[in-house]
Ligand binder design. Sequence first.
Ligand code: ADP
Ligand code: MG
Length: 367
Amino acid sequence: MAKITLDNLAHSYLPGATREEDFALKELNHDWNDGEAYALLGASGCGKSTLLNIISGLLRPSQGRVLFDGVDVTDAPTAARNIAQVFQFPVVYDTMSVRDNLAFPLRNRGADPTYIANRVQQIARMIGMEEQLGRKARGLTADAKQKISLGRGMVREDVNALLFDEPLTVIDPHMKWELRTQLKSLHHEFGHTMIYVTHDQTEALTFADKVVVMHDGRVVQIGTPEELFERPDHTFVGYFIGSPGMNVIPARVEGRTAHINGSEVPLGHGYGAPGGKVEIGVRPEFAELTENDGLPVKIRRVEDVGRHKIVRADFFGTELNVIAREGQEIGPDMTRVRFDPARINVYANDWRIAPEGGQTGPTGEAA
Ligand code: ADP
Ligand code: MG
């Protein structure tokens, strides 16, 4: 196991690139702590696989260094990095049995046969393939082959890190949940450094201690699920995480007041007079419908999703969503939306502005 350091890292697939937009991965400095479970979350094409492949050594970065426990491995081949990586699609030896596929990484390293037999049995149980150990991989479904790939990724206990690149894409929904739970318990048991790539926020938030959110080649925030919910550092984090995502409304901010289309919205903190593209962000959970207080809206739709209702409203062409508690009546007079001032974040050019009086969170606690 190792701490992984990314030092001044960036990557462009175009040789000699200098323009920022030509970089699939923008400059990044980050330590992945030894033994921590991370999710790398972002939309398709944002650079997740690029970053993962640089860490595993499949790709050499065009700028910067990768260090394992302080040792520069930027030019070390994948094999020398002692990493297990599982990809989106199965990588198995078709002519080998399931057992031999699972045993391969251990035999390759000259492990003791009794240990191999026990470990393979244990892994087969985790992936639910004990019954098929004797079968050849050829002829198995894509789903089963991917489980073998996952098993091969998990079989070695002595790796520096486990990297998963959207490994459950071809797995059926029920098994997905089960395998994710297995991966989590594997992490608790062995404490490997794990990086799990996904574009699915639920998967990321349930798997990881820390979520690394990427957008357009850039890491926009690293935080616990709670931090990403309470204090999105970037508007993208606000609307990518949450369902529905954070409301983002153009505003002019002056001190503790946001001026929005002729209305004044009180803020929980002071912000001076920020320039640039200024917006306020507030999650639907912290907005409520009222009869006479707040921004005037037109209600478009009410979706009953069981535990609560999602009210889809329109505010001068901007979609504004409110989560209403179960059982709350939504009468025809409720045409205004009020926000909890303490839960409003302020953004300038998409990045969150720290309120005046120090780095405090929206609920007033020290961040
Ligand atoms: P993700 O895994 O988040 O979907 P990728 O890391 O695969 O994103 O891709 C990031 C960007 O780099 C995309 O614009 C993609 O088209 C580009 N890209 C990925 N691989 C290559 C490659 N081998 N050559 C050129 N461009 C690539
Ligand atoms: Mg990818």
